[in-house]
Design a protein around this ligand. Structure first.
Ligand code: KIV
Length: 274
């Protein structure tokens, strides 16, 4: 199935069925115009809690709230008609218990129209994922570098090197057993991502996990060059919108100061045009 040939948005089961067939294409989005730009090109769009850093200037994703996810989820849903929407569960909204996770996942889905939620964690989230999946909440899992755990992972480091590889494989098996319909693999050795992808029955969506994954995701502000505070090694910049935007703003400022903007064609005359 390709995003351009599809008539209506896929469901989580359709994404699951893409394993081993067509590469799954996804990006993050936080606003209606951005969602419109990617709707025809992506299989699913993630309203990621990365919005805390790239849109709201927070130092990490830890300060992102349910209200922020709902506000941006609703904005993104207005820009999508072909791609499936997944919304991230923010830090603190699901870790306490399966019941807390269900309450907040149901709220995210009901108030944004998302087809699925994403949450971070492997083996320790197995019970929660199974609880949600059994109650009608499709779950995309996220293992490897899980940014909400930055303070216990010792920073934004590559995960799963050496002996830690077995633990990540176990995480992948656990979320598959629990009924996740797909899993994001973030920042781990490409060879390990290849092993995980070959072994588990659900699609792997890579970000910094090499080319063997069943799909790829990037933060849209990174790949468009809008977020320039830092650039992870795994990001490829396909545009320089941040630099282009600043140049455009500088040109506007100069033209206002030298009174070359607005020009006569930007103004109105006394007479209405016929
Ligand atoms: O929040 C986010 O944008 C994400 C992606 C990096 C997968 O979780």
């Amino acid at each position: 199935m390709s995003a351009t040939a599809r008539k209506s948005a896929p469901l989580p089961d359709d994404i699951r069925a893409m394993k081993g067939a067509t590469p799954i294409v996804s990006l993050t989005a936080y606003t209606t115009p951005m969602a419109r730009m990617m709707d025809a090109h992506c299989d699913f769009v993630l309203v990621g809690d990365s919005l805390g850093m790239v849109l709201h200037g927070l130092p990490s994703t830890l300060g992102v709230t349910m209200e922020m996810m709902i506000l941006h989820g609703r904005a993104v849903s207005r820009g999508l008609s072909r791609a499936m929407m997944v919304v991230d569960m923010p830090f603190g909204s699901y870790e306490e218990s399966p019941a807390q996770a269900f309450r907040n996942a149901a709220r995210l889905m009901a108030e944004t129209g998302a087809a699925a939620v994403k949450l971070e964690g492997g083996q320790h989230m197995e019970e929660t994922i199974a609880f949600l999946a059994a109650r009608g909440v499709p779950v995309m899992a996220h293992i490897g570098l899980t940014p909400q755990s930055v303070n216990t992972l010792g920073g934004y480091k590559v995960q799963g090197r050496g002996a830690a590889a077995e633990r990540l494989l176990e995480d992948a098996r656990a979320v598959t057993r629990a009924g996740a319909f797909s899993v994001v693999l973030e920042k781990l050795p490409s060879g390990l991502a290849e092993r995980i992808t070959a072994e588990i029955a659900i699609p792997t969506i890579g970000i910094g996990a090499g080319a063997s994954c069943d799909g790829q995701i990037l933060v849209v502000d990174d790949m468009l060059g809008l977020f320039t505070a830092f650039k992870p090694k795994f990001v490829k910049r396909y545009a320089t919108l941040g630099a282009d935007g600043e140049a455009a703003i500088a040109a506007f400022a100069a033209e206002v100061r030298d009174r070359s903007f607005p020009a006569p064609e930007h103004g109105f005359t006394e007479e209405a045009p016929r």
